[in-house]
Each structure stands twice: as structure tokens, then as C-alpha cells.
Write a protein that binds this ligand. Structure first.
Ligand SMILES: [Zn+2]
Length: 150
């Protein structure tokens, strides 16, 4: 079965993780209440495809994920926090990956949940599944020693 070269997701029908990402955006457009987890979804997707981030961007994303999981901050509060961070203009590093700086992991992470699992759950379970996805990613990063529990 074909898999995503980056995150290892099984992709049985020839689609890509990027297709799944676009499916999420479409759902959020069709059902505006689903937008409450937009930033969390973007965070999850990018953490599993770390080359989309710069090295600093990936580190910052891990900290945001930790805040979300460890403090049970609501997606709405998190959205506000990300917005403030982005709007502050004080950012010293671009969060986007470029040829000179790309996020990566020292070894392949055996993720237990992928974007495809959220797609398979359908839009009616999107909000809870994105939150489950975030927790699963956090656990994987902890057990792989990428994030240290504090
Ligand atoms: Zn992938």
C-alpha cells in the first residue's frame, strides 16, 4: 500500500496528505463552526510534515502543541494566542521552511494517527478528531524523545 514519504500515512486510493489537508479546509468552509480547530489542524498537519517549517518554526509549533495538550487550552484561546504571536511583529525567525532551514526529526516518528484518520471520521466528528489527533501527536513526540515532559 502506498504511504506518505514524510509522515508514513497509508494512502490506499492514490491521494496525498495534501489532499486531506484540502479536504479539511473545504469542510471548514462548508461548516464554519468547524473553523474553531483550524489552527490546531494546521499545527498537526505541519508537525507531521516538518519540512514545511523552518527549524525555529518546528520548535515553536511543538511548544504550541504542548500548551494545547498540557493546559487544555481551548482551541479558541489557542487561536487567539497564535494570532497574537503572528501579529506581534517581534518574531525573529520565519516559521516557514526554506532551502536553508527546514524542520526535521532525527529519525522517523511512528505516528499513531494521521490526517487520513481525521478524514475517515467525516466532518461531523472533525472537531473532536482534530483534538484527538493533537494528543496522539504529542504522545508520539514524547515517547520518541522529541519533546520532554515537564
Ligand atoms: Zn503525510
Amino acid at each position: 500500500m502506498p504511504t506518505c514519504a514524510v509522515c508514513g500515512a497509508a494512502l490506499p486510493d492514490g491521494t496525498t496528505c495534501q489532499d486531506d489537508f484540502h479536504q479539511f479546509l473545504y469542510w471548514e468552509f462548508e461548516h464554519p463552526d468547524l473553523g474553531q480547530v483550524h489552527h490546531l489542524m494546521v499545527l498537526c498537519y505541519h508537525i507531521q510534515h516538518p519540512h514545511l517549517y523552518s527549524v525555529e518554526g518546528l520548535r515553536g509549533a511543538h511548544e504550541l502543541l504542548r500548551q494545547f495538550v498540557a493546559t487544555d487550552i481551548s482551541p479558541q484561546a489557542m487561536r487567539q494566542q497564535i494570532k497574537e504571536q503572528v501579529d506581534s511583529g517581534n518574531r525573529q525567525h520565519s516559521i516557514r521552511g526554506t532551502d536553508s532551514t527546514r524542520g526535521r526529526y532525527p529519525h522517523k516518528i511512528p505516528w499513531t494517527m494521521h490526517a487520513r484518520d481525521v478524514v475517515n471520521g467525516g466532518h461531523s466528528h472533525y472537531v473532536e478528531n482534530v483534538q484527538t489527533w493533537a494528543h496522539a501527536i504529542y504522545q508520539s513526540l514524547l515517547s520518541e524523545g522529541i519533546l520532554l515532559s515537564t
